[in-house]
Design a protein around this ligand. Structure first.
Ligand code: ZN
Ligand code: ZN
Length: 369
């Protein structure tokens, strides 16, 4: 699968599935303001738009910068929305006020609306309606990826695999962490990615003890662990992979860290399948690391959903109450971090299936270069 042969997505069917949730959320309509959700429902990729999803219709408002793009993208996705272009706030308000006038209970996305916006909506935009704080109505739909979405994530993962294949051998030349991050981005873009899916982490030696270290100008030395956590975007969808590499033998302690984390990661991955609890995946990883005496050094959750956002539902953590379902795309990424020594993390992005996990990040997990 290359980025030029991606299958078409059925975007137009998504609003219907969202409307099916209005009853349990006790709302007549939903004002969608979070951009990844706007994109999911309409195919629009611009940086400013609001969508009012009513029981039978959809009103899409953007500003003058996106007049042409909105018509093109919603048209290409066959999304039956009324598109309105208003560049002023007051103009956008008037469109939405008129469109929402019949709704008694109007849902807002509680995680995407600022305090200032809520005040304006309540006092000015929708003064006649009861505003209802909704939780993750669109995000929950986004958990299950359809085959066209999986194809995009898979393409992004394959590009990242290839990029690391080109860059990993160069670690022997004492590049800086920043060099490596830049090379990975160049190689991914060169293969059709539109950018990185998050800021690349390249953390060598003691820097690896910080799970989210920023790449620095530190040269990568031989015989030390290098945590490389990175991904790219293909048609808006993210990939996410971590490998830990070392140029030459890093000694018994780091070798043991690596063996323990690899075993933990494999044991977590084996628990992944439809109807498994996210907490059980976390426990499978954590048990291995705790048995090795490093429970306190595994300082984060085991994973997260991946899609239009790099971190999305569900969380894969000890306190998570979510259950996996077929079509979810999640990461499994245990790690051990020792101050002064460094870190080891191994992360795959996988698709949940009825009987297991299909691993999309295929780069080998061998440690030594
Ligand atoms: Zn990652
Ligand atoms: Zn991750």
């Amino acid at each position: 699968m290359t980025v030029t042969q991606l299958p078409l997505m059925d975007v137009a069917g998504r609003a219907g599935r969202l409307r099916d949730r209005f009853g349990s959320a006790t709302i007549d309509a939903l004002l969608v303001t979070r951009l990844p959700n706007v994109r999911y429902l309409t195919g629009f990729t611009g940086s400013a738009a609001i969508v009012l999803v009513g029981p039978h219709d959809m009103v899409f408002v953007t500003d003058g910068r996106y007049a042409e793009q909105a018509v093109d993208q919603l048209g290409a996705a066959d999304v039956p929305a009324r598109i309105e272009v208003r560049t002023s706030q007051a103009g956008q308000r008037d469109v939405m006020r008129d469109a929402a006038v019949a709704y008694r209970r109007l849902g807002l996305e509680a995680h995407g609306v600022t305090w200032a916006q809520q005040r304006a909506f309540a006092a000015d935009w929708f003064a006649g309606a009861e505003l209802v704080a909704t939780e993750h109505l669109v995000e929950d739909l986004r958990r299950v990826k359809d085959p066209a979405e999986v194809a995009r994530i898979q393409a992004a993962c394959a590009i990242a695999d290839d990029a690391l294949g080109v860059v990993a051998p160069r670690l022997a030349g004492r590049p800086t962490e920043r060099d490596v991050a830049l090379w990975l981005e160049l190689e991914m873009r060169d293969r059709g990615a539109t950018g990185t899916s998050f800021d690349t982490i390249v953390a060598s030696g003691p820097n690896g003890a910080k799970p989210h270290a920023r790449p620095s100008s530190r040269p990568i030395e031989t015989r030390e662990p290098v945590v490389i956590d990175f991904g790219c975007l293909v048609d808006g969808y993210c990939s996410d992979m971590t490998r830990t590499l070392s140029v030459g033998d890093p000694g018994p302690e780091v070798r043991r860290m690596f063996d323990v984390v690899r075993d933990a990661q494999q044991s977590g991955r084996r628990v992944v399948k439809a109807s498994a609890d996210c907490a059980a995946v976390d426990k499978a990883c954590r048990d291995v690391i705790e048995a090795a005496g490093w429970g306190d050094a595994f300082v984060h959750g085991t994973g997260h959903g991946v899609g239009l956002e790099i971190h999305e539902a569900p969380r894969v953590a000890a306190t998570a109450r979510d259950t996996l379902a077929s079509g979810y795309v999640v990461t499994v990424e245990p790690g051990v971090y020792l101050r002064g020594t460094g870190g080891v993390r191994i992360e795959d992005t996988v698709v949940v299936t009825d009987d297991g996990a299909e691993v999309l990040t295929r780069f080998p997990k061998d440690f030594l270069l």
